[in-house]
Design a protein around this ligand. Structure first.
Ligand SMILES: [Zn+2]
Length: 116
């Protein structure tokens, strides 16, 4: 898996800090996610597989775009409430705010945190 800082940050912030979103933004995110999961909901499903794939990837891209814009907004508005957990060795964003292991370089810091 390739490391894409922007994409990884989107996933990280939205997965772990979506409770900081306003109700309106939360709805927007949920709506766009459900459309991405079920792109033919309320519409006719195209006959050809390639067309279905196209619609699916379009809906997925729309969801990613919504998620990205909400993440940017969230980081700007709630910066001090959002802790970005980065690996001390490679500086990449790890999976969760409490992760003690880096999925990117294999570094771990179990000991250093326990002693706090
Ligand atoms: Zn690392």
């Amino acid at each position: 898996m390739k490391y894409d800082e922007e994409f990884v940050l989107d996933v990280y912030v939205i997965n772990h800090f979506n409770y900081l979103l306003s109700d309106k933004d939360h709805d927007l995110l949920q709506r766009s996610l459900s459309v991405a999961k079920s792109p033919f909901h309320g519409r006719e499903r195209p006959d050809s597989i390639s067309e279905q794939e196209l619609v699916r990837s379009e809906k997925r891209a729309e969801f990613f775009a919504v998620r990205h814009s909400l993440r940017v907004k969230l980081l700007k508005e709630k910066e001090e409430e959002i802790h970005i957990n980065r690996c001390s060795r490679c500086q990449k964003v790890v999976r969760t705010p409490v992760a003690r292991m880096c999925v990117w370089c294999g570094n771990d810091w179990f000991q250093s945190v326990d002693n706090k």
